[in-house]
Design a protein around this ligand. Structure first.
Ligand SMILES: Cc1ncc(COP(=O)(O)O)c(C=O)c1O
Ligand SMILES: N[C@@H](CCCC[NH3+])C(=O)O
Length: 444
């Protein structure tokens, strides 16, 4: 008997454990019935109570991620990038853990304000801030607005009632080698000001007495794996701070290096080296400041994905199993609740939950219910060979850019978001109902 013969026999026995616990919230377990226990609550119970699909969020994991950043970079401002996932509860958790909040729309401002986040803890971003975004941010008294282009200076200055602290976002020309759609540090993309144009933008801001320029900002991309890319960005940004001093006579005190730290979605993904990142960035800044005789700026960063991704798990019910060129396991959600595979070819980890199976695994495609062949949640993953309609599947690491990017495609309502922790489940955002969808259709 070879190892290959033994492995399929062993696998069912191993299913009582999580193959790769690092992909799930800390403390997640499998119980004696093969159920996934998230924050002390069984997946079958969550599915029965809230229906499927359902996005589940582990509060302790979100809080732990905030603390990990605060420990790694003591003294730095950790501003949670709320585009990854924003609800009142999430805003409250991250601010209770000492983080500030990044927003990029009037809607995000509204949720932050409703959650009680103090205005001065909020930063507004956006490459195309609308007058409504700006007005909402100014009403909320946001601490900072990040200027993304020369064109918005006049519009902002005209709206600011008193004096507004601003940063300027610069393109540091660092390629973070992530998906093109989420690469934002290179010259040819829509965000930020080119270094060659920075001095003019600084002067234009300085000419507005109601804008107080506090520093520079950059964000090199999302799902960035290499700490060395941040180190390069940090060095370039300090050089730009020194250039602003030399060319414009202004010594700016803040440096924000944005977010983008990668997370693991599948076993082959490497762990992001948070300690190494923190060390490289702080050493690079200190070294460059010393070299250029520039005072150490106050550092800020803006992690989004890495605060919430691992905290999220999505539960789906299997609707059909079809055998063809591949075996297609179709579930009751899909690209409307998770557009990431279709947009970025993002891989995911899927497992059967709620029962134990002794049937060896086979490779399948887990697909959604939407009217597109590209509606594939995980194109080639192992699942027990006896998976059948009615089974419950759990997809790991769905806390970031799922709920926040969900649509109602095919008029399938967006799923609810439920927080778990300490054995309790708490509905954060209710699912979108047919009535919600019909209520928006107001034309006769
Ligand atoms: C300005 C800014 N800051 C922070 C983030 C957060 O990125 P991530 O969720 O990858 O950490 C983004 C999104 O990429 C962003 O555009
Ligand atoms: N939506 C992207 C990340 C965008 C980052 C926002 N600036 C993703 O899911 O990977």
């Amino acid at each position: 008997m070879t190892l290959a013969d033994i492995v399929p026999t062993l696998r069912p026995a191993l299913r009582g454990r999580l193959d790769d616990p690092g992909l799930w919230p800390t403390g997640t377990t499998i119980d004696a019935h093969g159920d996934l226990v998230l924050g002390g609550v069984r997946a079958t119970e969550l599915a029965a109570r809230f229906g499927t699909p359902v996005d589940v969020l582990d509060e302790a994991q979100v809080r732990a991620a905030c603390r990990a950043y605060r420990d790694a970079l003591p003294g730095a401002e950790i501003s949670y990038a709320s585009k990854a996932l924003l609800t009142r509860a999430v805003a409250r958790w991250v601010t209770e853990e000492g983080c500030a909040l990044d927003v990029c729309s009037a809607g995000e401002v509204a949720v932050a304000v409703r959650a009680g986040v103090p205005g001065e803890r909020i930063t507004l971003h956006g490459n195309a801030k609308t007058p409504d975004d700006l007005k909402a941010a100014l009403r909320a008294g946001v601490g900072r607005i990040v200027i993304d282009s020369a064109g918005e200076i006049e519009q902002l200055a005209a709206l600011v009632p008193g004096r507004q602290q601003v940063l300027i976002r610069v393109t540091p020309e660092v390629d973070a080698h992530t998906h093109t759609s989420i690469t934002t540090g290179v010259a040819d993309q829509k965000f930020g000001v080119l270094p060659s144009m920075l001095a003019d933008v600084v002067r234009a801001v300085a000419a507005r007495p109601n804008l107080a320029l506090a520093g520079l900002h950059c964000h090199i991309g999302s799902q960035v794996r290499r700490p060395s890319d941040y180190e390069t960005a940090a060095r370039r940004m300090v050089a730009l701070l020194a250039a602003v001093r030399d060319e414009c006579g202004m010594t700016l005190g803040q440096l924000n290096l944005g977010g983008g730290q990668a997370v693991r979605y599948v076993t082959d993904d490497p762990e992001f080296d948070l300690a190494g990142y923190a060390r490289r960035v702080t050493v690079a800044i200190a070294y460059e400041c010393d070299r250029l005789r520039f005072p150490l700026p106050h550092l800020g960063i803006e992690p989004g994905r890495s605060i919430v991704a691992r905290a999220g798990t999505t539960l789906y019910r299997v609707v059909s199993v079809k055998h063809g060129v591949r075996t297609f396991v179709a579930v009751d959600g899909g690209m409307s609740d998770n557009p990431r595979p279709a947009l970025y070819g993002a891989p995911y980890t899927v497992r059967l939950v709620g029962r134990r199976s002794r049937t060896p695994d086979r490779r399948v495609a887990v697909v959604g219910r939407h009217c597109e062949a590209g509606d594939v949640l995980a194109g080639d993953v192992p699942l027990p060979g006896d998976v059948h309609p009615g089974d419950l599947l759990a997809v790991a690491c769905t806390g970031a850019y799922h709920h926040s990017m969900a649509s109602s495609y095919n008029l399938v309502g967006r799923p609810p978001l439920v927080a778990v922790g300490g054995g309790h489940a708490n509905l954060l955002v209710r699912g979108e109902t047919e009535d919600d969808l019909l209520a928006r259709d107001v034309g006769a």
